[in-house]
Design a protein around this ligand. Structure first.
Ligand code: ADP
Length: 187
């Protein structure tokens, strides 16, 4: 059983690589962005709480995010392995995730950071906007998401690096080349 965190800025290719990793390894995919979008789309109580925050491009408070994540973990006791996508985004989330894994006698084995420059991220999201109408891809909201990444989320990297669990992968290039690099890390 391998548990993996896929890490990177908005538009780094986490979604694309997640799909390929799930097909190959059978991971249970936990994307907090997708989960929050599901809740807002279905207008659940949680969705109502996070809608404005998400649309502004800010991070949802840890307390809410961590509780949702825990619920998702508990729904999948038989998982062969988890692929976390968009989580953790803060050190408090990373610590909570380690705690949850330990409680199940498990661990996060690899953290794969997709490295993409800010210019590339902006170009990709501009392209995505043409086909996928996400409210938080508008200019000011996108700026907020990118600044949330570089101000808050980036601090998660040293947390994993100190523990020797971090592997960086160049996120610019052919989708398949990037995928092969990730597979090598998983082993
Ligand atoms: P991105 O394309 O910016 O990586 P996601 O689809 O992963 O976006 O997430 C969309 C939004 O959902 C974020 O801007 C944030 O508001 C919220 N969100 C998702 N994951 C988290 C998280 N781990 N912590 C806090 N907020 C989150």
């Amino acid at each position: 059983m391998v548990n993996l965190v896929l890490f990177g800025p908005p538009g780094a290719g986490k979604g694309t690589q997640s799909e390929k990793l799930i097909a190959k390894y059978g991971f249970v995919h936990i994307s907090t962005g997708d989960l929050f979008r599901w809740h807002t789309k279905n207008d659940t109580a949680l969705g109502k709480r996070v809608k404005e925050i998400m649309n502004s491009g800010e991070l949802v408070p840890d307390e809410i995010t961590i509780a949702m994540l825990k619920e998702e973990l508990d729904k999948n006791p038989q998982a062969k392995g988890f692929l976390f996508d968009g989580f953790p985004r803060t050190v408090a989330q990373a610590e909570a995730l380690d705690r949850f894994m330990q409680e199940n006698n498990s661990a996060i084995h690899h953290v794969v950071a997709l490295e993409v420059t800010e210019a590339e991220v902006r170009a990709r999201i501009a392209k995505r906007k043409l086909i996928d109408n996400r409210a938080d891809d508008e200019e000011d909201k996108l700026n907020k998401r990118i600044s949330e990444y570089f101000n808050k989320t980036i601090h998660v990297l040293p947390y994993y690096k100190q523990q020797g669990r971090l592997s960086a992968v160049n996120g610019i290039g052919e989708i398949d080349t990037i995928f092969q690099s990730i597979c090598k890390i998983i082993g």
